[in-house]
Design a protein around this ligand. Structure first.
Ligand code: ADP
Length: 263
């Protein structure tokens, strides 16, 4: 009797245990997948701490006075401020184009003050892109050649990217301008070519310095719609300097620089 009860209870416990292990596995699987998504969503593409910048010269001036910024994957951040407040200086430091007087920048997981030259070059080829106010397209190359230049420099084969780039350009509304030189395109079209060139490398983050600064208000609005769309569709983080409060509304977060600090 005792043995029988023990066996029944053991078998009962085993079945219960079997069921629990199964359930636990399923729960763990979903918990881990959810965790993975949370990590991807929360992963910072940019972390800057204690950024200061002093320009030495006739009158030495501290432009940035201790800035901390963290930008998550896929975020769209607008940096606003009065003219001369240090927005562009900050953007260039965050992108690794300029160096801070003090403070640290971690971009796409790399600490910029200790990064090797070859790692910096690889970061610029594959992970980070920059769009300037007056974009510096190569004048004697067509739109398509300008857009694909970074990929060719990275030794990618045209057969690997042509279809993707044409689809991207169709999305940006410049599909019929690909054989044109920059001088044969409007300012708005040139800026879309510059955005396509930035997106072509499928970066984690794009820095934009007043991307609508040289455009009239309608073309500026169109470029902002495109930026919002690519941010949502491609999940690329955008960090944009603008003096336009209306254009900053397209971003998911605004950072205002005042007197060298975040307001
Ligand atoms: P914003 O982008 O907000 O208009 P900037 O970052 O371009 O401002 O400039 C901030 C301040 O730093 C300005 O007073 C500007 O004159 C000064 N500045 C920018 N670059 C230099 C430089 N290379 N040498 C000296 N002063 C500079």
């Amino acid at each position: 009797m005792f043995t029988f009860e023990t066996n029944v209870s053991k078998s009962f416990q085993f079945e219960n245990l079997g069921l629990s292990v199964g359930k636990i596995c399923v729960i763990m699987y979903f918990v881990l997948i959810k965790k993975d998504f949370e990590i991807m969503e929360n992963q910072a593409v940019l972390k800057a701490q204690g950024i200061t910048k002093t320009y030495e010269g006739g009158t030495s001036a501290q432009v940035l006075k201790g800035i901390d910024i963290e930008v998550g994957a896929g975020e769209f951040v607008a940096i606003l401020g009065e003219s001369g407040s240090g927005k562009s200086t900050l953007l260039y430091i965050l992108a690794g184009i300029d160096t801070p007087t003090s403070g640290t920048v971690e971009l796409a997981g790399k600490c910029l003050d200790s990064i090797k030259d070859e790692d910096m070059a690889s970061l610029r080829r594959r992970e980070v892109a920059f769009v300037y106010q007056y974009d510096n397209l190569v004048p004697h190359l067509t739109a398509y050649e300008n857009i694909t230049l970074p990929l060719l420099l990275d030794k990618k084969k045209e057969t690997e990217f042509k279809e993707r780039i044409v689809a991207l350009c169709n999305d940006l509304g410049i599909g019929d301008r690909l054989n044109n030189l920059p001088s044969e395109m409007s300012g708005g079209e040139q800026q879309r070519v510059a955005i396509a060139r930035a997106l072509a490398i499928e970066p984690k983050v794009i820095f934009l310095d007043e991307p609508t600064g040289s455009l009239d208000s309608e073309r500026g609005r169109q470029v902002m719609e495109i930026l919002k769309d690519i941010n949502e569709k491609h999940g690329v983080a955008l960090i944009m300097v603008t003096h336009s409060p209306a254009h900053a509304e397209y971003a998911s977060r605004k950072i205002i620089i005042e007197d060298g600090q975040i307001k």
